[in-house]
Design a protein around this ligand. Structure first.
Ligand SMILES: *[C@@H]1O[C@H](CO)[C@@H](O)[C@H](O)[C@H]1NC(C)=O
Ligand SMILES: *[C@@H]1O[C@H](CO)[C@@H](O)[C@H](O)[C@H]1NC(C)=O
Ligand SMILES: *[C@@H]1O[C@H](CO)[C@@H](O)[C@H](O)[C@H]1NC(C)=O
Ligand SMILES: *[C@@H]1O[C@H](CO)[C@@H](O)[C@H](O)[C@H]1NC(C)=O
Ligand SMILES: *[C@@H]1O[C@H](CO)[C@@H](O)[C@H](O)[C@H]1NC(C)=O
Ligand SMILES: *[C@@H]1O[C@H](CO)[C@@H](O)[C@H](O)[C@H]1NC(C)=O
Ligand SMILES: CC(=O)N[C@H]1CO[C@H](CO)[C@@H](O)[C@@H]1O
Length: 396
């Protein structure tokens, strides 16, 4: 009796001490570099459409954030993350101007797993995106227009997420977004589920996402996010698909590490269902109907040459089915995208590195309006586009 009372007292004292254990961490990434792009639509034809520019955040989006935990005792913790995205060159907010546009969530974590609420990444980003070249080499290595969200381009507002504990390398999670419209439960609703396994040299994952009214719920109503709504010269890949009633993404991926080399493989299938967009303008009548689908496959290889130098390459292939597009030049817009990425990353210290990136994309098929467009860049004048970038990244 005395013993257990003592034990209880000790436990109480421990719990009290644990209560005090809380931490808040400030962190961030600053990424700046110089780009050469072979062809962009907006540039004069006379100069071949070439562009030199200074841009922020290609390898990793520039950001700062605070992350905290508070030990509540009994294995229970309160956690939060607030993460801001910004453009280094002009100080502007990223993600369409939201203060914490990258991530903002609070939750509880314990033996049962983790439950968080806020603006968060979906299951595709959590379980599959990490196997694609974009996770290592950034936005230009992502699939065309990041259509499968492997590069985390879209975040989910108003979402509740459950993530299971890690059980022998296996984890799963589910996310549900309420859409944020009172009394309109279905509109803007987004949900996703995913699972993954990582143990030793082998890792793999699979996930599914379903978003209603994706133009608003997934791509967002901002000039930066709403690009799919505008024109072929804003988004050559997804233009015309804003009227889709539902977006569905299936993604699977895996990686295997042997010695200094890692090989990754990913596959995605993206469907934008039931387009219903009829326009009439000076150029004539244009109609987008049907349910466009995209299949994408990627293989990537990275190699740690020396402790400070990592190099990598990746190839991705994307194929769209024939989209019910009819306009002044009536053709189907069935297109195939081939893309090759190269990267080299040299660490000057644990926190600072210099890097070089290259990407080349070629589009076969599609109407004349469907031009090449490496993710994160403006569309090309034609069916080819190349980018070369040299950059500096600092993490804190
Ligand atoms: C959907 O989301 C957008 C952007 O977040 C919002 O403006 C809109 O009111 C929401 N509701 C509906 C019904 O579209
Ligand atoms: C999320 O909410 C922000 C702030 O209201 C809004 O600008 C953005 O468009 C929303 N994003 C999506 C995908 O709904
Ligand atoms: C989208 O944004 C525009 C301009 O900011 C605004 O006029 C419009 O009402 C918004 N639409 C929705 C559905 O939120
Ligand atoms: C979209 O394209 C139009 C020209 O078609 C251009 O004026 C505008 O700046 C572009 N917007 C963005 C966000 O790129
Ligand atoms: C998609 O969203 C954009 C930006 O809010 C809006 O201008 C456009 O009308 C929407 N398109 C459709 C087809 O809903
Ligand atoms: C567009 O369609 C309308 C009927 O829907 C028709 O009256 C008009 O002539 C068409 N315009 C062109 C340029 O084809
Ligand atoms: C070259 C390249 O991007 N390699 C990536 C392939 O995928 C793995 C993850 O599975 C990354 O770690 C590599 O960087």
């Amino acid at each position: 009796m005395k013993k257990s009372l003592l034990a209880l007292a000790a436990l109480g004292a421990f719990a009290g001490a644990a209560h005090a254990q809380s931490s808040v961490t400030l962190y961030g990434v600053i990424d700046a570099g110089v780009n050469y792009v072979s062809s962009v639509h907006a540039k004069p034809k006379a100069k071949g459409g070439r562009q030199f520019s200074l841009t922020s955040g290609a390898m990793q989006g520039s950001r700062w954030g605070v992350r905290g935990t508070e030990n509540l005792g009994g294995g229970l913790k309160a956690i939060f993350t607030l993460e801001n995205g910004f453009e280094l060159n002009n100080g502007r907010l990223g993600q369409g101007g939201s203060e914490f546009g990258r991530q903002a969530f609070v939750g509880l974590s314990g033996d049962f797993g983790t439950v968080t609420v806020g603006r968060q990444y979906d299951s595709i980003a959590d379980f599959v995106g990490g196997f694609a070249a974009g996770s290592q080499w950034g936005t230009y290595a992502a699939h065309p227009s990041d259509l499968d969200n492997f590069n985390n381009g879209a975040r989910i507002n108003n979402s509740i997420k459950y993530t299971s504990p890690n059980n022998g390398g296996f984890t799963y999670s589910a996310l549900y977004s309420l859409g944020g419209v009172a009394g309109e439960f279905q509109k803007n609703r987004t949900w996703s589920v995913g699972a993954g396994y990582a143990n030793g040299p082998l890792a793999f994952g699979a996930a599914y996402l379903n978003a209603m009214n994706p133009n608003l719920s997934f791509y967002g109503n901002t000039s930066a996010d709403g690009g799919i709504a505008k024109s072929f010269t804003n988004n050559s890949v997804l233009h015309g698909f804003a009227s889709a009633s539902t977006l569905e993404i299936v993604g699977v991926g895996g990686a295997y590490t042997f010695g200094p080399a890692t090989v990754g493989l990913t596959y995605s299938n993206v469907k934008l269902k039931d387009l219903n967009d009829h326009r009439s303008d000076a150029a004539g009548n244009t109609t987008f109907t049907g349910s466009p689908k995209f299949n994408n496959g990627e293989v990537n290889l990275s190699y740690q040459l020396t402790p400070a130098l990592k190099v990598g390459t990746a190839y991705s292939y994307t194929e769209s089915n024939s989209v019910g597009y009819s306009g002044s030049d009536e053709k189907t817009s069935k297109a195939k995208y081939h893309q090759v990425n190269l990267g080299a990353d040299y660490s000057l210290s644990k926190r600072t590195d210099v890097y070089a990136l290259g990407a080349y994309q070629k589009v076969c098929g599609g109407t004349d309006l469907v031009t090449a467009q490496i993710n994160g860049l403006e569309p090309s004048r034609n069916k080819r586009q190349a980018v070369v970038r040299v950059g500096l990244r600092h993490k804190f």
